[in-house]
Design a protein around this ligand. Structure first.
Ligand SMILES: NCc1[nH]cc(CCC(=O)O)c1CC(=O)O
Length: 331
């Protein structure tokens, strides 16, 4: 374990993964906490299995590879709190831990980073699109079944490098992540939610700490909680939980407040894009912490209507990326 700075007495210790994206988003939250409460925060770098393994993410057989090392450090008191990309957090609550805050969401959309400034519609048939996310492949294939989807992994810089080197023609990454690593220059098409629904929680950060400290010595963490975001991501994550799907399932969900209502859209698609269940539902909801249950109810009702339409069967057997069904022949 190494520290970013020498530890300052009285400073809170924020555990973070080592990647540029993780340290940038941890620093953002640390600065917001300090600005709002006066509590100084030091970053402590922790290596996780997800950062070191060469196995493809979808082969790791479980969710949350990025978060378990941080959670161990929280539970044993090595650090006071941790910041995760919310979309990487399993929906099942972690024993002894709570979400002390969910920060205001950044842009939730996915972005295409293609050679020669190409947009999704302009990519030629057969172009190779690199992404290891079944959700992205499934939804992209629904629009462009004629492209070749190639599973790739690595951090944002590594993936962008594969497009720059010509190994693939394009990669798809979260817009918010590209902002955090300072690589918006690579974006050639921003994929709005009508085309590709983001992952539940995408663009929001989760602040996690030990349950017995959240209402006690760490109660100041609530200063960075954003109620509207928390309600939206509660609805989104409830869809995922009800579908019994993990963060690498082909499930997109996005909720936003519009005219006093929370509007939730979700989609499940097979990896070849051929089967898709998409649904939307709204609920009248006050932007207040007391609306938490109503937000979860909205997610549960939407998921149940999708299951009635066969969404659970797609989740159970979405097909492989670049698998037997493969890219369609037509242009
Ligand atoms: N799975 C990795 C991951 N976790 C969070 C982000 C982006 C930032 C965010 O969604 O908050 C990324 C990279 C990506 O999907 O391109």
């Amino acid at each position: 374990m190494s520290t970013e700075d020498a530890r300052r007495p009285g400073a809170a210790r924020l555990g973070t993964r080592r990647s540029t994206m993780a340290t940038t988003q941890s620093r953002l939250v640390a600065d917001a906490v300090t600005e709002r409460t006066g509590v100084p925060v030091d970053l402590e770098l922790i290596t996780s299995f997800g950062d070191t393994t060469r196995a493809h993410l979808t082969q790791l057989g479980g969710t949350g590879v990025f978060v378990s090392a941080l959670r161990d450090a929280l539970l044993d008191g090595g650090v006071d709190f941790a910041v995760h990309s919310l979309k990487d957090l399993p929906t099942a609550p972690a024993e002894g831990l709570v979400l002390a805050a969910v920060t205001e969401r950044d842009d939730p959309r996915d972005a295409l980073c293609a050679r020669d400034g190409l947009t999704l519609d302009a990519l030629p048939a057969g172009a190779r699109v690199g992404t290891g996310s079944p959700r992205r492949v499934a939804q992209l294939a629904a629009h462009r079944p004629d492209l070749a989807y190639v599973p790739i992994r690595g951090n944002a810089e590594t993936r962008l490098g594969k497009a720059a080197s010509g190994e693939v023609d394009a990669v798809v990454l979260a817009y918010a992540g590209l902002v955090r690593v300072g690589r918006l220059d690579a974006v050639t098409d921003v994929l709005d939610a009508d085309r590709v629904l983001p992952a539940p929680g995408q663009g929001a950060l989760a602040v996690e700490c030990r349950a017995d400290r959240a209402g006690a010595d760490l109660s100041y963490l609530s200063s960075v909680d954003h109620t509207a975001t928390r309600l939206a991501v509660t609805a989104e994550r409830t869809v995922l939980a009800e579908l019994e799907a993990g963060c690498h399932a082909p499930v997109g969900a996005f909720a936003r407040f519009e005219h006093g209502r929370l509007r939730l859209t979700a989609a499940v698609a097979s990896t070849d894009g051929a089967q898709q269940v998409r649904a939307e539902r709204t609920a009248e909801l006050e932007v207040a912490p007391a609306s938490q249950k109503a937000a979860a109810d909205l997610g549960r009702e939407l998921a149940r209507s999708m299951i009635a339409d066969g969404a659970d069967r797609i989740v159970a057997d979405p097909g492989e990326i670049g698998g037997a069904a493969g890219p369609g022949a037509g242009a």
